[in-house]
Write a protein that binds this ligand. Structure first.
Ligand code: DX5
Ligand code: ZN
Length: 221
C-alpha cells in the first residue's frame, strides 16, 4: 500500500533557545510533525531534554503534532510523563525496553500513537509479533545519539523487508527513517519503502526552511 510521504523535522538540530518559534516555523514551512528526541546519556551517549521541555512548549502555545523519540532506558514512567506533557505519538526503542508489548500497550492506553524503533543490528524478526500493535515502525538509519551522521546503507534492505512484511499483512503501519536523510538520498530511501522521513541537520541548516522542505518533496514526487 502506498502511503503519502511525511516530513518530520527533528528539533535536535534547531536553535533550542528558540524552541517554540522553531517548531512553529518548521511546520509552517511544510513539515508534517515535530520529531522530539529525548536522550538519557545511558541508552545513548548523549543527553538532551525531557518531558518538562515538551510541557513548556505546549504552555507556550505550540499545538502542532509532536512525536517523541525516546532514546532512553526505563520507558515505563517516561511514557506517562511524555503523554501528560502533550505528546501525540511516542516511539520507544526495542533495545531499551524489557517488556515491549506492555510498554506499547501503555502508550496506546495513554491515547498516543504507538511507535517502535529498531537499531541497525536489530532484526525485523524481533518485532514480528508486535507489528500489528504499531502505528509506526522506525527503522533507524544511523546509530542513535547524535544528529549530522551519515546514513548506514545496511538499513536500506531492512526498510524494504519491513515494508513488504507490513503490506503482506495488509497493515496501515508507517515506515519511518531517522538519521542521515538528505535531499540527495531521500528518493532512494522512499523507493526502499519508507514513507515518513525525520530530517534534522539537512532541514535546520537551511536558510529557508520552506525551500528546503520543497526540495525534499520534489524528490518524492
Ligand atoms: C539521532 C536522532 C535524530 C537526529 C537526526 O539519534 O534520533 O532524530 O536528529 O539528525 P540528522 O537528520 O542530522 O541525521
Ligand atoms: Zn530521532
Amino acid at each position: 500500500m502506498k502511503i503519502p510521504a511525511r516530513i518530520a523535522p527533528s528539533i535536535l538540530a534547531c536553535n533550542l533557545a528558540r524552541l517554540s518559534d522553531e517548531c512553529t516555523a518548521a511546520l509552517g514551512a511544510g513539515g508534517d510533525f515535530v520529531h522530539f528526541d529525548i536522550m538519557d546519556n545511558a541508552f545513548v551517549p548523549n543527553l538532551t531534554f525531557g518531558a518538562p521541555v515538551l510541557k513548556s512548549l505546549r504552555d507556550d502555545g505550540f499545538s502542532g503534532f509532536v512525536d517523541v523519540h525516546l532514546m532512553t532506558n526505563d520507558v515505563d514512567r517516561l511514557v506517562e510523563d511524555c503523554a501528560a506533557a502533550g505528546a501525540n505519538s511516542i516511539t520507544i526503542h526495542y533495545e531499551a525496553t524489557n517488556h515491549i508489548h506492555r510498554a506499547l500497550t501503555k502508550i496506546q492506553d495513554l491515547g498516543c500513537e504507538v511507535g517502535l524503533a529498531i537499531n541497525i543490528a536489530t532484526p525485523l524478526d524481533a518485532i514480528e509479533f508486535v507489528l500489528d500493535d504499531l502505528d509506526m515502525l522506525l527503522v533507524m538509519t544511523i546509530n542513535p545519539g547524535f544528529g549530522g551522521q551519515s546514513l548506514i546503507p545496511a538499513a536500506l534492505p531492512k526498510i524494504e523487508r519491513a515494508k513488504k512484511l507490513i503490506d503482506s499483512r495488509g497493515l496501515n503501519v508507517h515506515v519511518q527513517v531517522d538519521g542521515g536523510v538528505k535531499v540527495s538520498n531521500i528518493r532512494t530511501i522512499a523507493d526502499a519503502g519508507a514513507d515518513t522521513f525525520v530530517v534534522g541537520s539537512e532541514f535546520f541548516s537551511a536558510s529557508n526552511y520552506a525551500e528546503r522542505c520543497a526540495e525534499f518533496r520534489a524528490k518524492l514526487a
